[in-house]
Design a protein around this ligand. Sequence first.
Ligand code: FES
Ligand code: FES
Length: 157
Amino acid sequence: MVHKLSLIVNGIKRTVEVKDNEILLDVLRDKLKIKSLKAACWRGECGLCTVLLNGKLVKSCLVLAVEVDGSEIITVEGLVKDGELSPIQRAFIEHGAFQCGFCTPAFVLASHQLLIENPNPSEEEIKEKLGGIICRCGTYLEIIKAIKSASRFYQKK
Ligand code: FES
Ligand code: FES
């Protein structure tokens, strides 16, 4: 059976037809052409397919597309405002918090959400929040530095 979904993706209304068994990851990448999402396991272990679904971090390989009709989805592209990178995106660049970059969209998105929820996180809180995402290049220390340096932009003045 085919379902017509209506979504807000990175602030833009999108409609897409999906089958019962299609996962959100494939719909976003293959039908809506959002290529920042990556996948390595398709079973919830690598975290590379992480998106914000109605303000919550989810692994999109574990979500059936038919379940998200009417939802708001944000990927790392959605953090750019008026052509300007967000503070956390700039901090990742300034701190060299990636090597191959395969994991980077997921880490940036999760780091952004962490700072929204907790603008001054401890190292332990950072590790806990990002624990579900794997970086094969081992850039974890630089990611922690990037989050700490961007945190001032998320704290209320
Ligand atoms: S593809 Fe690995 S968690 Fe989704
Ligand atoms: S930068 Fe290569 S997997 Fe994280």
